[in-house]
Design a binder for this molecule. Structure first.
Ligand SMILES: O=P(O)(O)OC[C@H]1O[C@H](O)[C@@H](O)[C@@H](O)[C@@H]1O
Length: 553
């Protein structure tokens, strides 16, 4: 496959630029809906899992598109060879070229063996899942005992980035399925506060530490794990007790062994699993512990159902592809600076944080695969908080500010907690916000609601106008069930991959996180007195000296 091009050199790109100028930027959603009573039918797609209860409705009708623009966006995907790149990914080709690796998180959830992906380790996936099952069953049932013979009551997942955000987000999203008498803590930050506050709630006799690190070299995780081990040994005394209380999830068996993790306590995965795509691997062990293996398997199968859809649906029907090209429409042609993910479900409160890594680490790249700097914007800046909290915080800017913020609204049809009218009220907001954003409120409508005197107050009138034409996608999921969540996560993963394919960047490396790490390691010796503060710019030197002079301990 030739990657010797920039996305902006593709014919569809130039066509979309023309379409944006000639009509895209002036599309009026009120008129578009008035003109086409079937707009919702034409621009919404339903997804039903083949093997699970996952079910989604994705409505993209409230976007600034028409049939010609939509077709051209899909042409862009076609010209960028999205389908061929997808197939190469599924086959196990080393599409992560800067690291010379396959990208096979889809193989972790291909329990039916549908894709025949080839890479070293794919045939070990089921064995690792069996290990996760037997271990999580033993901990949950109380068969696995701590060093004084007591069952485990708390788990502490120690990991950062992909080794934290996925398990944290999923265990929160699927809390209704959780074993409530097993407390789960997630410690990621190197700030000692994070570990100290978690340990305050734990008893060494009944706590299991899960050291989650793909590389097993990440400074935060190794430091936190060492602190946890010291804390444990202070009470437990002998190192031989460590094996009952510490397990490791890693691709680096040697480093985990060096840390003192016994082989039977190691859960392996492979270099073709990117950190931000790893919740489906051994990194999902804390998910298994919290919701049980069978539910975890449903998460995998729900994702697999979406993997099948992404693999086989024609582009016009392909939900991840549709979401990807619509994102590109705003990112690259309207110049949108960011994009919001707004979940109308309290359990999903870490969803946007999780997809910040998935999207921004994947697509925050400035070099195309031909080695040339891109001459267009890449990665979407993703942010969001759950509705309705967000409504009372930042929606003002989305409704009336000067910036275009395309947004995905996500809500479950069924709630896990039917309580009075709560869910209907929540959903009335979920329906109302995109409606208000799309159709706004005209000057005439504003005036009609004002007294004659206020109608003459032009500042008041203008302040109450909503311009409308602010685009949104509405995504309804039947229920935040394990399989439903799995499908939703896979949908967004493939959206992100599709965008990377179109921008012709490598969505699967993350060199951008390296420089800061290297510099922090260089600075540390000057904070511990092993080295003087030299070799930095005057700002960095000044800041370090300020810290050294003013610190108390
Ligand atoms: O699991 P690890 O190896 O500890 O890495 C944790 C994180 O480190 C870096 O920030 C990046 O490489 C992330 O993609 C990764 O998720």
């Amino acid at each position: 496959m030739s990657f010797n091009h920039l996305a902006s050199e593709l014919p569809a790109w130039a066509k979309l630029q023309k379409l944006y100028e000639s009509k895209g930027k002036a599309i009026d959603l009120r008129k578009a809906f008035d003109a086409d009573p079937k707009r919702f039918e034409s621009y919404s797609r339903a997804f039903t899992g083949q093997k699970t209860d996952a079910a989604l409705l994705v409505d993209v009708s409230k976007n600034l598109i028409d049939d010609e623009i939509f077709a051209s966006l899909l042409d862009l995907a076609r010209e960028a060879k999205v389908e061929e790149q997808r197939d190469a990914m599924y086959a196990g080709e080393r599409i992560n070229s800067s690291e010379d690796r396959s990208v096979l998180h889809i193989a972790l959830r291909d329990l039916p063996g549908a894709f025949g992906s080839k890479a070293e380790g794919v045939d070990e996936v089921k064995g690792e899942l069996a290990h996760m099952k037997s271990f999580s069953d033993a901990v949950r049932s109380g068969a696995h005992k701590g060093y004084t013979g007591k069952a485990i009551k708390s788990i502490v997942n120690i990991g950062i980035g992909g080794s934290n955000l996925g398990p944290l987000m999923v265990t929160e999203a699927l809390k209704p399925y959780a074993k409530r008498d097993l407390a789960a803590h997630f410690v990621s930050n190197i700030d000692g506060t994070h570990m100290v506050e978690a340990l305050r709630q734990c008893d060494p006799e009944t706590t299991l530490f899960i050291v989650a690190s793909k590389t097993f070299t990440t400074q935060e995780t190794i430091t936190n794990a060492t602190t946890a081990r010291d804390w444990f040994l202070k009470t437990a005394g002998s190192k031989e007790h460590v094996s009952k209380h510490f397990v490791a999830l890693s691709t680096n068996v040697k480093a985990a062994t060096d840390f003192g993790i016994a082989e039977q306590n190691m859960f392996k995965f492979w270099d073709w699993v990117g950190g931000r795509y790893s919740l489906w691997s051994a990194i999902g062990l804390s998910i298994c512990l919290v919701i049980g293996y069978d539910n975890f398997e449903q998460v995998l199968l729900g994702a697999h159902d979406m993997d099948e859809h992404f693999k086989s649906a024609p582009l016009e029907q392909n939900i991840p592809v549709i979401l990807a090209v619509i994102g590109i429409w705003y990112n690259n042609f309207f110049g949108a600076q960011s994009y919001a993910q707004l979940c109308y479900d309290q359990y999903m409160h870490r969803f946007a944080a999780y997809f910040q890594q998935a999207s921004m680490e994947s697509n925050g790249k400035g070099v195309a695969k031909n080695g040339k700097p891109v001459n267009y914007e890449t990665g979407e800046i993703l942010w969001g908080e759950p509705g309705t909290d967000g409504q009372h915080a930042f929606y003002q800017l989305i409704h009336q500010g000067t910036k275009l913020v395309p947004a995905d609204f996500i809500a479950p049809v069924e709630t896990h907690n039917p309580t009075g009218q709560h869910h209907d009220i929540l959903l009335s907001n979920f329906f109302a916000q995109p409606e208000a954003l799309a159709f706004g409120k005209t000057e005439e409508e504003v005036k009609a609601e004002l007294s004659t005197e206020d109608q003459g107050n032009s500042f008041l009138v203008k302040s109450k106008i909503f311009s409308g034409n602010r685009p949104t996608n509405s995504i309804m999921i039947q229920k935040i069930s394990p399989a439903g969540l799995g499908a939703l996560l896979s949908m967004y993963e493939h959206k992100i991959a599709t965008q990377g394919f179109i921008w012709n960047i490598n969505s699967f490396d993350q060199w951008g996180v390296e420089l800061g790490k290297v510099l922090a390691k260089k600075i540390l010796p000057s904070l511990t007195g092993e080295k003087g503060v030299d070799g930095h710019d005057s700002s960095t030197t000044g800041l370090i000296n300020y810290y050294l002079k003013n610190r108390k301990q």
